[in-house]
Ligand binder design. Structure first.
Ligand code: PLP
Length: 397
């Protein structure tokens, strides 16, 4: 049978290539940080990692991970409830709850698993999930695994959310679900208005803080800090794979009864391995750093503000952002691809995004600013954008 299946797969792959959607992976041979080395020998400035606080190769995290590796070993060889829980896991769960001002936390192998395992144990057929149309794929998949009735509202559109809430009034329990920061535009979900509508229409709220935690809010504690809603949101999910060290791991944090039930019934928690001690220890260290000072968060905010101001002065069209995601709008897919390639030749590593990742005619280059960037890195990036922007007539010469 495989011969015919192989032909079928080859056709699929050819189709992806012909549509210009085939994803190639660039090989990096250095640690993840502001300056990275590629396998072809090039050294480039990295502006496309989710390394928002510059912790991916931070000495304090490496030391914590190294100590835990020596003292607590490499792997746990178990799920949490059999023999996979060390004191470190409990400490990290407590640190995450302190950071978000929540009651309890449950760790997962990734936020993909946190979102995959959050809906099905909590809600049933008689309930409703009301989800933003631009929510992350893992939320969409998690919702698919749950029998609750599904409602969708246009991205951050509060009139539409209200309509969906009205339509969902017959259901028993209602849960509104949103990303904290949407990864293509960098816009923050209007959580103040979502929360008000939730109260008005008797619903609960879940926020995925993957792109917002460590970034958004006066001290980087996420969208609940930005909107003064700490401790008021029932469910928050997030990742250790972005601002908090960038290794691996996810979590759900919130009301303690919710977390307790997830420990009993959430399938990616019950049937998947426990996080390795070194990752957990480095995670604890990341939260200690953020508790001790807001140096990294402040630097990220300064870097982002500086980058946006200078790029605007150069004449680039930057989507309004409240996060560290800066969408440089080019509108044309080919232009976005060409510009990203030319920027790489200038030593700036950024990614072009175009349909179907973003709407047709809304192609862009996404720049992700980090606390790991120094001023000279930002200046080099801005200068390269200006040079190539003029060359490609994106900005006036
Ligand atoms: C990155 C991301 C995830 C996935 O996180 P992992 O820990 O890498 O699985 C989930 N949700 C959102 C909104 C994300 O941006």
């Amino acid at each position: 049978m495989y011969q015919s299946f192989k032909d079928f797969l080859q056709d699929e792959l050819d189709g992806i290539r012909e549509a210009g959607l085939y994803k190639n992976e660039r090989i990096i041979v250095s640690p993840q940080e502001a300056v990275i080395r590629l396998k072809d020998g090039r050294q480039v400035l990295n502006f496309c990692a989710n390394n928002y606080l510059g912790l991916s190769n931070h000495p304090a995290l490496i030391e914590a991970a190294g100590n835990a590796l020596r003292e607590r070993g490499y792997g746990m060889s178990s799920v949490r409830f059999i023999c996979g829980t060390q004191d470190l896991h409990k400490d990290l769960e407590a640190a995450i709850a302190r950071f978000f001002g929540t009651e309890d936390t449950i760790l997962y192998a990734a936020c993909f698993d946190a979102n995959g395992g959050v809906f099905e144990p909590l809600l049933g057929e008689e309930d409703a999930i009301i989800s933003d149309a631009l929510n992350h794929a893992s939320i969409i998949d998690g919702v698919r695994l749950c029998k609750a009735q599904r409602y969708r509202y246009a991205n951050a559109d509060m009139d539409d959310l209200e309509k969906q809430l009205q339509a969902a009034q017959a259901q028993r329990y209602r849960l509104i679900v949103t990303d904290g920061v949407f990864s293509m535009d960098g816009n923050v979900a209007p959580l103040d208005r979502i929360y008000a509508l939730a109260n008005q229409y008797n619903a609960m709220v879940m926020v995925d803080e993957s792109h917002s935690a460590g970034v958004v809010g006066a001290t980087g504690k996420g969208v609940t800090e930005q909107y003064n809603l700490r401790g008021k949101i029932e469910i928050i999910t997030g990742t250790l794979g972005k601002a908090f060290g960038g290794a691996i791991g996810g979590f759900t944090t919130g009301k303690k009864e919710i977390i307790q039930l997830l420990r009993q019934r959430s399938r990616p928690y019950l049937f998947s391995n426990s996080l390795p001690p070194m990752v957990v220890a480095a995670g604890i260290r990341a939260f200690q750093l953020m508790e001790a000072s807001t140096l990294l968060q402040d630097k990220l905010h300064q870097n982002t503000a500086y980058f946006i101001e200078r790029m605007g002065q150069s004449g680039f069209d930057i989507k309004p952002t409240q996060s560290a995601i800066c969408a440089v709008m080019l509108y044309d897919a080919r232009l976005a691809q060409e510009m990203a390639a030319k920027l790489l030749d200038e030593g700036i590593y950024v990614t072009g995004f175009y349909y179907p990742v973003v709407p047709q005619g809304k192609a862009r280059i996404r720049v992700q600013v980090s606390a790991g960037h120094e001023k000279e890195h930002l200046d080099s990036c801005i200068a390269a954008f200006a040079k190539i922007g003029k060359e490609l007539k994106v900005i006036p010469a």
